[in-house]
Design a protein around this ligand. Structure first.
Ligand code: AFD
Ligand code: MN
Length: 385
């Protein structure tokens, strides 16, 4: 059990700056009291999640939502609070110019503007010490005939190649796919195969991001995880959960068994440790629930799925698989999944000097009431800010 606790203590989960801001759907954004008004306050909230969970020491930024004049100062602000800046997310999907796409836009001037933003994001990585540039493109089409599908892939490849060439020592380009939305007929990076093919063309520091909300219903995500692990091209996850589309709900809330199967593939490939290089990030929007507790709950859900995956009896599983013992092999996996790992995690947190119940501890600490009282005036952060 000590090995399992050691692996859990080493686990690292990254939280998204935008998960602390206001969010909603195209029908309404319901603002919440105490929401941060700038990246500095978002980092304060992310540091609070890490304070109570002990495994969330980095926070992803989203540019220009988190644009500041002095990124080195922002990195120091994070460090002073016990966290660090993680991935830098480029945003080439909200400017007016991007209505018909960004890097795949038929207009070379728009493509130039988009690539310049990607290069600016690498510049920010240099100043914050970030390893990962995370690229998700809303680019796509709404109607057949609107544009040339192959030409768009050529434009995309050109933009990615210029960006990849700019990466510094130790930096990576993480390419994220999404089946649809906001485009409804085609998306230029719609699936893991497209992302994988572009990463192969770019080079070894281009890796795929699996956002768990970005697949057709019923997709076997753990198969994609296993395939990319074997190919050495799994760079990161954007964890969230969904019932129907890209719902961005708390990871593990809709399908904890799927999250367990994903973490089982990670554990089997010995890819859980930070040294393996996979970034376990959250990408969620907490539209109706209080944000910091929702992020804490999400971190706990990932920990629980991971603990169960670590409990799988690998020797018994291999033996049953070798013998073609279908029910026996399945039973080995289900035994681990059906184990209540909360006492183990509570023990781990106590060993780390943390409250065994981080959500309850957060509610007791008064942080939410304090920031709600302090953060008055200014403009609350949201999807635009
Ligand atoms: C949106 C996209 C995608 C991306 C995220 C951050 O669907 O998941 O990772 O914004 O840019 O949710
Ligand atoms: Mn995502």
């Amino acid at each position: 059990m000590s090995e399992i606790k050691a692996a859990l203590a080493e686990q690292r989960i990254e939280t998204p700056s935008w998960g602390y801001g206001n969010s909603g759907t195209r029908f309404r954004v319901f603002p919440q009291p105490g929401v941060p008004r700038d990246p500095w306050e978002k980092i304060d909230d992310a540091a609070t999640v890490h304070r109570f969970t002990g495994v969330a020491p980095t926070v992803s930024l989203h540019i220009p939502w988190d644009a500041v004049d002095d990124y080195a100062a922002l990195a120091r602000h994070a460090e002073d609070r016990g966290v660090a800046i993680g991935a830098i997310n480029a945003n080439v999907f909200q400017d007016e110019a991007y209505k018909l796409g960004s890097v795949a836009n038929p207009d070379p001037g728009v493509r130039r503007k988009a690539v310049d933003h990607l290069l600016d994001c690498v510049e920010i990585m240099d100043r914050t010490g970030s390893r990962d540039l995370k690229l998700w493109f809303a680019d796509g089409l709404n109607y057949p005939g609107q544009d040339d599908l192959r030409a768009r892939q050529d434009r995309l490849a050109e933009a990615l190649a210029e960006t990849y060439a700019r990466l510094g020592e130790g930096q990576r380009l993480l390419l994220e796919y999404k089946l649809f939305e906001p485009a409804f007929y085609t998306t230029d990076v719609p699936d893991w195969g497209t992302a994988f093919a572009h990463c192969l063309d770019l080079g070894p520091r281009a890796q795929v991001v699996i956002d768990t909300g970005h697949h057709a219903p019923g997709t076997n995500i753990e198969f994609i995880v296993a395939f990319l692990l074997r190919a050495g091209r799994l760079g990161a996850f954007d964890f969230n959960s969904r019932f129907y589309a890209d719902d961005d709900l708390m990871v593990g809330a809709a399908d904890p068994f799927q999250l367990f199967r994903i973490m089982h593939e990670i554990v089997r490939a010995d890819a859980l440790t930070p040294a393996a290089g996979i970034a376990f990030m959250l990408d969620q929007c907490h539209n109706i629930e209080p944000k910091i507790p929702a992020v804490i709950r999400s971190v706990l859900n990932v920990q629980e799925a991971t603990a169960k995956a670590l409990l799988v009896d690998a020797a018994a599983l291999a033996k049953a698989q070798q013998e073609g013992d279908v029910l026996g092999a399945n039973a080995v996996l289900m035994d681990a999944y059906n184990t209540d790992v909360r006492p183990l995690l509570a023990e781990l947190r106590a060993d780390q000097g943390l409250d065994p119940d981080p959500v309850a501890a957060f509610h007791r600490c008064g942080y939410a009431a304090r920031v709600a009282a302090e953060r008055v005036g200014g403009e609350q952060a949201g999807w635009g800010a």
